[in-house]
Structure formats: C-alpha cells, structure tokens
Design a protein around this ligand. Structure first.
Ligand code: 7RM
Length: 651
C-alpha cells in the first residue's frame, strides 16, 4: 500500500446541517433517529437475530436457513442451508399483486421506448432461461454479459439467476481486450451481447468487439446476439446465435433452480492495486437480503415510485440498484441507454419530467458536469415529481451537494450520499432520508448492522476529526466471498491489514457527531469520472506498447472528473518523445482497456523517481502531476536529478 494514515490529512470543514423535511419523515419507512438507533442497537446486541429476521422478511425461502452466520474469519457463510432463487424473488413473488405494474421503463438514446410489466418481464426471463439451458448452460456455469443499457441486460442477469448460472457483466464501454481477459478468467461458457448500443449518437460496436476476442476465448461456446442498432443481424460463424431465434418457441415457464444461499450469483471484475482486475464473487442469499433492504430503506421506496438509478449494469451499482434491489421490492426501475447530454444538455431533466421520476440516484461526476453546464437546463423542466436524490461513486464535494439539493431537488428533496463498494455488495454508510440529518459532503452514519471503524495500521481507533483507514469490523450478509480463482488474493487484499477486519482501501474521518467523511482511496486505485480504475492496469497497458520502457500513472485532482489520469512514460532506447506518440499511446490505452482509462495527460521522462529499493515514488509523482511542491522526504530518491527533470517537463 502506498501511504500511511499520517498522510491522510483532512482539509474539509463543513458546518451546515439539514434535518429531514418533516413531511418526508412522516411518511418514511424510518421516521426518526430514534428508529435508526433502535435498529442499530438491536443489530449490535444480537447480530444473528437481527440478520435472521431481516432475511426472513426480505426474501422468499424455498427451504428455511438453519444457521444465520458461519464466520471463520475471513470466510463467511450466511443463511446456511437456506434455498432460494433471486429471479423468483424479483418476479414470480410479485405476479399476484403486480403483474401489470411496470417493472422496467426503458428509453433508448434515439428516443425509442419500451415498457415491461412484471408479467412481461417474467416471460422474457423464463424464455431466455430456457434458451440458455438449450445451449447447455447449467447451474454454476459462468455466463458473460456484454450489453448496452437495454432491458435485455436485466433479462440476461435474471435468466442466469433463474437457472443458477453465474453472470459476469462486462461494462459495454470496455474494449475487446478487457472483455477477453475477464471472460477467460471466469471461464465463461456463453456470452450475451448485442449488435451495438447507442452512445452520443454513435454505435458502440459490441458485437465487433466480441468477434475480435472470440478466437482468444476458448471457453466460450456460444455468443447470443440481441438486435439493437441494426435492422438485420449478420452473424459470422457457428458460435453466434441470434437472441430472438434462441428464445422463439421457448416455453414461458422455467422452474427456478432453488439454489443454496451460498451459491454464487455473480462475478464482477473490479480494479485493485495490481494490473489484473479482481473477480469479486457474490453469492445469493446474503447479497439479496442487503440489496433488497437497503433499496427500500435508503431510497425510502414506495409503491408508486418511478425510481431512476443512472448507473450502467456494468458496475455494481447497476447490479444492486438498477436491477436486483428495485425488482425485489416490486418497484418500477427506469433504464436509460445513452449519454447524459445527448442530444442536448437537458436530457436527464427531460427524462425526469416525462417519466415523472420520483427518485434520482447518480454520481458526483455527473452532478458536477451538469452544474458546469448551467442552471438553465434543469430550470426548463418540471422536476416537481422528484422527492429524493442519491449520490454514489466518489466523495461529493459540498458545492456539488448543495447544487444538487437546491437546483435539482429545489430544496425539497433529501440528499443521500451513499458509501459502498463492489466488494460490499450494497450500501454501507448512508443517511436514512426520513431520519438522518445530512451534512453536505458526508455519507453520515453506517446502516444498522454495519460496523464501520476508522483505525490506524496497528488497529487502534483514530481520534475523531483525524484521518485514518476505514475498516468494517464485523461480517455483513452482502460482503464478497472471495476473489474468483484467487482465494489467496481475497485474504491478502482485504484481511491482511488487520486480521478478521475488512479493509476498504479508503481513508476517512469521523466528526464530533460520529459522521463519516470519506477522503478517497489510500491505495493505487483512482476514481475517474465515477469509474473505478487501477493505475497499475493503465501502466501495464502502456508498457505493452512497443516503444514504452516504463510507465507510472497517478491521479491528479480534477474539477470535473474528480480525478484525472497523468501518465509518466519513459521510452525505450532509440525512441524520441513526440506529440504524435502521445496521441498514439493514449489511443493504445483506450484500445487495451477502454476510453475511460485514456490518460488525460502524458509526460515523457528520462527516468522515473525511485527509492533505493526500486519502488516508483508515486506520492512524489502525484505532487508533480498536481503542480505541488512535494512535502515528501526525497532522501531515498535514487537520483534527485530525475525529480528536477520531471518538474522542468511541466510545460
Ligand atoms: C458503489 C461503487 C468503490 C469506491 C470506494 C470509494 C468510492 C463510492 C462513495 C465513495 C466517497 C461515496 N463501487 N466511493 N461511493 N467515496 N463517498 N459515497 O462506487 O467498487 O466501483 O468503487 O468508490 O473510494 O472504495 S466501486
């Protein structure tokens, strides 16, 4: 790890407090801090009773569980011997009362629309589930999903869950190479994709990417292709099947596979501090309980809500808060395919007005971008349907929080800043909107049953107001179970700082009210425009280029993206820096990983600053990238001239 907690210096002071609006609290599931405190105490006193009760309330269990928690640190099993099915909980369970209620409202970027009721969604899911079975997909098999934000993405996930197959969604913005790496790691048998998706008026060539990767994905037997952007599909080769052909004639009925609670539900790749992304594995029962409960509590979900989470299903937020959480609650979830500002700066506000959305859950980077575009765009629209606003993905700066509250929420809507991770599966630290007074920039308090603590490296509590490392000190149902195919890495990454305590990789502090203020990552993971990236991934993409000898990538604070990527590159002998080469390298990274990883700035260096033991001094580079005089002790620098040269390179 890169830093010690002494280096986590908090600079934020924020004194504003906003109590929940009274009218909101009166109708809320949780109405007061007394409600919160009661639940928190209950959970702390007897966690197994608390989680057992929640699990029985949230889910239909075909077979009841006998043991709530089997905890052999750092390995947890939840709701042992229980059997359930997540597609059943998202669909069948609602059919008696919500058959004709919209489950999914979809709007494509080109303005096409679809509505799927719970009854219709169940049919689509069952047909695809049967179709997958006909391709030989069995319980436990891995299925890749590489789709745009269209209803088929949710159908695909649910069809996998229905038959006990393990889905691994790859963000549609990732490249063929990134897809290939993930599919090979997971050993996917089938990939579900589309001919393309719409983004900023252009087609994202998903099928082309799959076809490019296919010769190098030996485990993939079939590719199922949905039609989205073209009139007819042209399918090359015997491995490709059209989605509509596959599901045509399949039965509407598919008996759910009643899986054990600990049966794997999905693998989702996420960046860590090495070049290889980690396959975070989530299982069924525990994940479902927390996803369902937090969706209802944090968004204070009500029957008539039109709920819009803008995340892509390629990220965990799309899993828990576009698909599983809302559908388990029988809610109406809105899915929008395209870019936030296409064809114009007011697309989001236009959508909210037309669908009368009541809840909006989005990322600070989007909020900052809208803020910069100007108030006139939201002001053109009737946003009075909104009653709650959420934020996720990175720390939200108080200015953006205030703008969100005042301009989008018109001062009427509580703002919930929700802290969580791919690994936690569901929201961990967040206001409960009818109960918790909020402070701009703070995720406030851990949810009942969540034991978040700020500790130093020795495990000592850090005094209030002082920065430290954020740990979760007790297991919770939706925690990741392992890193797929690399159980050692699970232990090393998350449980080796302090044995038995989950290390989040984030720095944080608490204030005198015990509120949590997240301060960003303390490892080499950066958050670029709300997307989590490992700097090492970008580095390994750069050094894969024939002319690059060595690369170090660091984050630099950026008003819009939160963090921008700066790459320091040394070239191999005989190659000279040039503007063209910069362009070529940026393009190369986009091809290797995806456009989101394209460095914002590339600086050529004669050498990189290193310690005597040969470690690149990233903190120093971060200071250089940010244009700061370094506070870092440079006595271990291999060559002080290197630093001087890097600074000169500033122009
Ligand atoms: C849900 C998600 C996780 C990392 C996490 C943090 C950062 C997320 C917040 C936040 C401050 C927040 N999963 N993060 N939410 N930081 N306040 N409300 O984003 O796995 O992709 O990223 O994102 O650093 O460790 S993720």
């Amino acid at each position: 790890m890169a830093e010690t907690q002494q280096e986590i210096v908090s600079v934020l002071t924020e004194a504003r407090v906003f109590p929940p609006p009274q009218a909101f609290s009166q109708r809320a599931h949780l109405k007061s801090m007394a409600d919160y405190q009661r639940l928190w105490d209950e959970a702390a006193r007897d966690p197994e009773k608390y989680w057992g009760d929640r699990a029985r309330e949230e889910l239909y269990w075909k077979e009841p569980f006998r043991t709530v928690l089997d905890w052999k640190p750092p390995h947890a099993k939840w709701f042992v011997e229980g059997r359930t099915n997540l597609a059943y909980n998202c669909l069948d369970r609602h059919l008696a009362t919500r058959r004709d209620k919209p489950a999914i409202l979809f709007e494509g970027e080109p303005m096409d629309r679809r509505k799927l009721t719970y009854g219709e969604l169940a049919v689509e899911v069952n047909r695809l589930a049967n179709g997958l079975k006909s391709l030989g997909v069995e319980k436990g098999d891995r299925v890749g999903i590489y789709l745009p934000m269209v209803p088929e993405a949710a159908v695909a996930m649910l069809a996998c869950a229905r038959i006990g197959a393990v889905h691994s969604v790859v963000f549609g913005g990732f490249s063929a190479e990134a897809l290939q790496e993930r599919m090979n790691d997971a050993g996917a048998k089938v990939v579900l994709t589309a001919d393309g998706g719409w983004r900023k008026g252009a087609v994202v060539p998903l099928l082309k990417n799959v076809e490019a990767a296919l010769p190098n994905m030996p485990s993939v037997e079939k590719v199922v292709v949905a039609r989205r952007t073209g009139d007819a599909l042209s399918l090359s080769g015997p491995k490709l099947v059209a989605w509509d052909v596959l599901v045509k004639g399949q039965s509407d009925v598919c008996e759910p596979e009643w899986v054990e609670s600990e049966h794997p539900l999905f693998i989702l790749y996420t960046s860590g501090s090495t070049g290889k992304p980690k396959g975070v594995l989530h299982t069924t029962g525990g994940y479902a309980v927390n996803a369902s409960l937090t969706t209802r509590w944090v968004f204070d979900l009500r029957e008539d809500d039109v709920y819009w989470c803008t995340a892509d299903v390629g990220w965990v937020t799309g899993h828990s808060y576009v698909v599983y959480g809302p559908l388990m609650n029988g809610a109406t979830t809105l899915i929008y395919e395209g870019a936030p500002t296409h064809p114009a700066a007011d697309r989001f506000w236009d959508i909210i007005e037309r669908y009368k959305a009541t809840i909006l859950y989005t990322a600070p980077t989007a909020i900052r971008a809208f803020m910069r575009l100007g108030d006139e765009h939201p002001r053109k629209h009737d946003l009075s349907s909104l009653r709650l606003l959420g934020s996720v993905g990175e720390p939200i700066n108080p200015e953006a929080w205030m703008w969100y509250r005042d301009v989008i929420g018109q001062g009427r809507c509580p703002v919930v800043d929700t802290w969580w991770q791919t690994e936690t599966g569901s929201i961990m630290i967040s206001p409960l909107p009818g109960a918790t007074p909020t402070k701009p920039g703070s995720a406030t308090l851990p949810l009942p049953g969540i034991h978040a603590e700020i500790l130093d490296r020795q495990g000592n509590p850090v005094p209030k107001g002082q920065g430290g490392l954020l740990f979760v000190t007790r297991p919770w149902p939706s925690m990741l179970r392992t890193v797929y195919g690399d159980p050692e890495r699970y232990v090393r990454t998350y449980f080796s700082e302090l044995p038995g305590k989950y290390f989040t990789g984030d720095g944080a502090r608490t204030d005198t009210d015990g509120y949590f203020w997240l301060m960003g990552r303390v490892d080499d993971v950066v958050n670029v425009a709300g997307h989590r990236l490992g700097t090492a991934e970008v580095e390994s993409a750069l050094v894969a280029h024939t002319r690059v000898s060595e690369a170090a990538v660091v984050g630099r604070p950026d008003d819009l993206k939160g963090t921008a990527l700066v790459a320091f590159v040394t070239l191999k002998q005989g190659h000279a820096p040039s503007a063209e080469l910069k362009k070529e390298l940026a393009q190369h990274v986009a091809k290797e990983i995806g456009a989101i990883a394209r460095p914002d700035e590339i600086r050529f260096a004669e050498a990189l600053p290193k310690t005597r033991s040969g470690k690149i001094m990233r903190r120093l580079l971060r200071d250089v990238a940010a244009g700061k005089q370094s506070s870092q002790d440079t006595t271990t620098l291999e060559d002080l001239n290197v630093l001087a040269a890097l600074r000169q390179n500033d122009e």
